[in-house]
Design a protein around this ligand. Sequence first.
Ligand code: GTP
Ligand code: GTP
Ligand code: MG
Ligand code: MG
Ligand code: ZN
Ligand code: ZN
Lengths: 211, 211
Amino acid sequence: RAILEKNDRLAERNRGFFRARGLLVLNFLSSPGSGKTTFIRESVRKLAPELKAGIIVGDLATDNDAQRLRESGAPVVQITTGTVCHLEAEMVGRALQRLDLAGLNLLIIENVGNLVCPASYDLGEDLRIVLLSVTEGEDKPLKYPPMFQSADVVIITKMDLAQACGYDRDAALANIRRVAPKARIFETSAKTAQGLDTWREYLLQQQQARK
Amino acid sequence: RAILEKNDRLAERNRGFFRARGLLVLNFLSSPGSGKTTFIRESVRKLAPELKAGIIVGDLATDNDAQRLRESGAPVVQITTGTVCHLEAEMVGRALQRLDLAGLNLLIIENVGNLVCPASYDLGEDLRIVLLSVTEGEDKPLKYPPMFQSADVVIITKMDLAQACGYDRDAALANIRRVAPKARIFETSAKTAQGLDTWREYLLQQQQARK
Ligand SMILES: Nc1nc2c(ncn2[C@@H]2O[C@H](COP(=O)(O)OP(=O)(O)OP(=O)(O)O)[C@@H](O)[C@H]2O)c(=O)[nH]1
Ligand SMILES: Nc1nc2c(ncn2[C@@H]2O[C@H](COP(=O)(O)OP(=O)(O)OP(=O)(O)O)[C@@H](O)[C@H]2O)c(=O)[nH]1
Ligand SMILES: [Mg+2]
Ligand SMILES: [Mg+2]
Ligand SMILES: [Zn+2]
Ligand SMILES: [Zn+2]
């Protein structure tokens, strides 16, 4: 379809811009409430001094997430999408003009909470990070395949609730591997900081690999 | 847009069909994993003998939900949407042909897990039921307004996890009321059966009101 072709061209333009500025770019995707904002806020603090992040966040309404993300100390730009349920490359290109990139080497994009559409829209990112919380059920990778198939990384969030939810870890990992065999999996909790150090090491490796 | 106009016409056709067959029709909407399938399965068992349900369930992939819903004893028809992130009136019209409606007076439609698009697609239903689990965060009604504004009912699910999640009941109720002041709110747990009797009474009242 013409819309996706146009989007893919603009995504490549973004990608070129990101490479020129030496930015490692992450696109965070999940269902509403899986914990994107909380994870980004908690993990950004731990990335200094090697990685210095800027953040773009997309939402239909409110600047709640932008305000919470600013608590991390990183510069944050919000894209208000109104009724559009996903971010597009053009929106990100425009938002970049509002972000002071000086001194930054990491760009984090928090997409709109939606486990379907955003999978089709390349934004020019290096890595697609899909979050799955232990509260949503272990079958989501099988039921929403396009999103998980497009994932470079799957981050399991809210592990502190695993016991309370009766979370079946083996089933969840098997379902992720079935749909996204190449994806790297992290098991985390933004509340207890479980898994955040391993995540930081992974990002540093990714940054080194792209130099 | 022409797509929605066509959908709205077909929705009215569905609505006429439902009225002629004396069916009370519910459209269940939520984020992925909020608990639609579990709630429908647990509540359908408690509706007999006054209400006898048939179920249509939409999913991108797998028949997991259809199989779980069949455990309730109700006839279930699945719509596999592939990559479409919402149900449309035409899909429901076609699915009806596969459902034996004899003896049924209630039709439950479980929509695709998505807190955005499905709000724009009338299916011909009498009531829109939006689920919000205590695990997703209290701000979802403010951040995804179109869905909650279209809700006749908001069902808060997984109340058994409220304590573990630090769920702020006052904030959640205030946010729902701000966006959907007319919506009826139920606080439930499919695990402990909290709220299911009140829900049954509400449905019986709705059925009586439409006779
Ligand atoms: N127990 C626990 N709760 C968490 C954790 N991370 C997030 N939450 C809670 O989960 C809810 C949703 O978190 P958010 O960070 O807003 O989720 P999100 O994916 O950014 O949501 P949207 O942007 O609306 O799609 C909030 O109530 C958080 O407090 C965690 O690690 N453990
Ligand atoms: N503790 C608890 N867990 C629940 C409850 N209801 C559902 N769950 C769990 O929440 C997860 C998701 O439930 P589902 O019923 O599959 O959710 P859904 O909204 O139908 O999901 P999709 O159809 O994929 O959008 C599963 O792991 C359920 O066991 C509840 O009342 N309490
Ligand atoms: Mg967020
Ligand atoms: Mg379901
Ligand atoms: Zn979309
Ligand atoms: Zn859609």
